[in-house]
Design a binder for this molecule. Structure first.
Ligand code: NAD
Length: 393
C-alpha cells in the first residue's frame, strides 16, 4: 500500500480511519483474507467487523458465546457446514434455536435427503407430487412423516416421561440421534447429536411452535407425560449468563435472524437485573446478522443501542456491537471460514454437564438478593455498575 501522505487529509478528529485502498483479488485468496481485505464498506464492512469482533473480542479469554438461530438455516445445510464445525471447535457454548431448525436438523441426523432446487416451481404440482419446498430446498413428504415417527418413537421412552427443560429434552433427543448416526455410519451430520456429544445446551423459546412440539403434543393425547418446563429454561439461561459474569468471563450474543430466540437469549440480562435484582451490566458483545429493520419497533430489528436501554447490553461495550444486514446463508459460512482460520479451537465448556450447579448458583443468589416487592434500586444499580455518565465529564 502507498505510504504517500494524502493531499486531502481528513480533519484530525477522523484521521484514525484507514484509507480505503483495496488490493485486487487474486486467484488463491482465502475466505478469511477476502473478508479482511475486500469487505470494506456497507454491509460488507459490517461483515468484516463481525468477523473481527468474533475473533478479537468474543472468543478470546474463554468468553462465553450464546448463539441464537432463526430462519430456515438447517434445511439449507448450515448445520453441517457451519454450526457443527463451530460447536466442535468450542466457539459456541450455548444455543437458543427455533424448533424448526432442530426439527429439520433431524433429517440430516437420520441421513434423509434434501435437495438443492429452485424457487420457481409450481407449488400445486409439487403438492400433487408429494414434494415439500422451503424456498429453493426440496424434499419428499415422507421425510416429514419419517422424522415425525422418529420423534414419537423416541419420546415414548421412560426417560421422557416427565416435565423437563428444553435443554434436557434436546440433550436426550440428541443422544438418540447420535446413536442413529452411529448405526448409519455417519458423523457430524446433526446439530442435536453434536450438542449432545459436546455438552452444549440447546434451548427453544417456543417449544410448541414446531413439528417437534406438534409431535410431543400429539403424544400427550395418548399417555405421554412429557411436558416442557419453560420456567426452568428462563432461569437456566439467566444462570448461564450469571455464571459467565460471576466467574470473570465476558458474555456475548451471536444472533442469526431475530424472532423469539433473539429475545430469549437477550432477556437473560433483564432477568438477572430487573427481575432478580442482581447487580449486572448487560451482555458484553452483540453481533447480529439480520434482514429485519429497526423502524417497525419489532424486536427482530431492534438495535444493540435499544437493547442497552433495557439493560440487555453493557453500555460501555456498545461501540463494539455489530449489526450486519445480510442473509445468514451468506454471512454464516463466511464467518465460520474466518474464525476457523484465525482462531485455534477452544476447550469445550460442556455447560450442560454443570446444568444443576449453574441453576443452583443463580437461584441461591436470587434468594439472597431478590424480593417479591418492587425492586426499587434496579436503574441506580445499573447506572452505578456501568461507567455511563462518568465518561462525558
Ligand atoms: N416444521 C416446523 O417445525 C417449522 C417450520 C417453519 C417454521 N416453524 C416455526 O415458526 C417460527 C418462526 O420461524 P422462522 O425463524 O423460520 O421465521 P421468522 O420468519 O419468524 O424469522 C425470524 C427472524 O429472522 C429473520 N430471518 C429469517 N431468515 C433469515 C436469513 N436467512 N437471514 C437473515 N435473517 C433472517 C427474519 O427476518 C425474522 O426477523 C419458529 O418458532 C419455528 O420453529 C416451524
Amino acid at each position: 500500500m502507498s505510504s504517500k501522505k494524502s493531499a486531502h487529509p481528513l480533519s484530525k478528529k477522523y484521521a484514525g480511519y484507514p484509507r480505503l485502498n483495496p488490493l485486487g483479488i487474486g486467484q488463491d485468496i482465502s475466505a478469511a483474507d477476502l473478508i479482511d481485505t475486500a469487505l470494506l464498506a456497507y454491509n460488507g464492512g459490517r461483515l468484516r467487523e463481525a468477523a473481527q469482533l468474533l475473533t478479537r473480542k468474543m472468543l478470546p479469554d474463554d468468553g462465553y458465546i450464546g448463539l441464537s438461530l432463526t430462519g430456515a438455516l438447517t434445511p439449507a445445510g448450515l448445520g453441517k457446514s457451519c454450526l457443527i464445525p463451530l460447536m466442535r471447535a468450542g466457539f459456541v457454548d450455548w444455543i437458543v434455536s427455533t424448533g424448526a431448525n432442530l426439527y429439520h436438523d433431524l433429517h440430516f441426523g437420520l441421513d434423509m435427503h434434501l435437495h438443492s432446487g429452485t424457487p420457481f416451481l409450481n407449488d400445486v404440482e409439487l403438492h400433487e407430487e408429494g414434494v415439500i419446498r422451503i424456498y429453493d430446498v426440496l424434499f419428499d413428504y415422507n421425510v416429514l412423516l419419517d422424522t415425525d415417527a422418529f420423534v414419537r418413537e423416541v419420546i415414548q421412552g421412560p426417560e421422557f416421561q416427565r416435565t423437563m427443560g428444553t435443554d434436557e429434552f434436546h440433550y436426550l433427543l440428541g443422544k438418540y440421534v447420535a446413536a442413529r448416526q452411529k448405526k448409519l455410519g455417519i458423523k457430524d451430520s446433526s446439530v442435536l447429536a453434536t450438542a449432545y456429544e459436546c455438552g452444549i445446551p440447546i434451548f427453544t423459546s417456543s417449544p410448541g411452535d414446531s413439528s417437534i412440539g406438534m409431535n410431543v403434543a400429539a403424544m400427550a393425547l395418548r399417555d405421554s407425560k412429557l411436558m416442557f418446563d419453560v420456567n426452568r429454561d428462563v432461569n437456566q439461561t439467566a444462570g448461564i449468563v450469571y455464571h459467565a459474569k460471576s466467574t470473570g468471563h465476558t458474555s456475548s450474543v451471536f444472533i442469526l435472524g431475530g424472532g423469539s430466540p433473539k429475545n430469549f437469549i437477550l432477556q437473560t440480562e433483564p432477568q438477572i437485573q430487573e427481575v432478580m435484582g442482581i447487580q449486572e451490566k448487560g451482555h458484553d458483545y452483540f453481533l447480529q446478522c439480520t434482514d429485519a429493520r429497526p423502524d417497525t419497533g419489532g424486536l427482530s430489528g431492534a438495535t444493540p443501542a435499544e437493547a442497552v436501554s433495557w439493560g440487555k447490553v453493557d453500555p460501555d461495550k456498545l461501540p463494539d456491537s455489530v449489526v450486519c444486514y445480510t442473509d445468514s446463508t451468506i454471512a454464516l459460512p463466511l464467518l465460520t471460514a474466518y474464525v476457523t482460520a484465525r482462531v485455534k479451537p477452544r476447550k469445550l465448556k460442556r455447560l450442560y454437564d454443570d446444568r444443576d450447579a449453574i441453576f443452583g448458583k443463580v437461584r441461591e443468589r436470587y434468594l439472597a438478593t431478590g424480593t417479591v416487592a418492587k425492586i426499587t434500586t434496579s436503574r441506580k444499580v445499573a447506572k452505578r455498575a456501568s461507567s455511563i455518565g462518568l465518561r462525558k465529564k
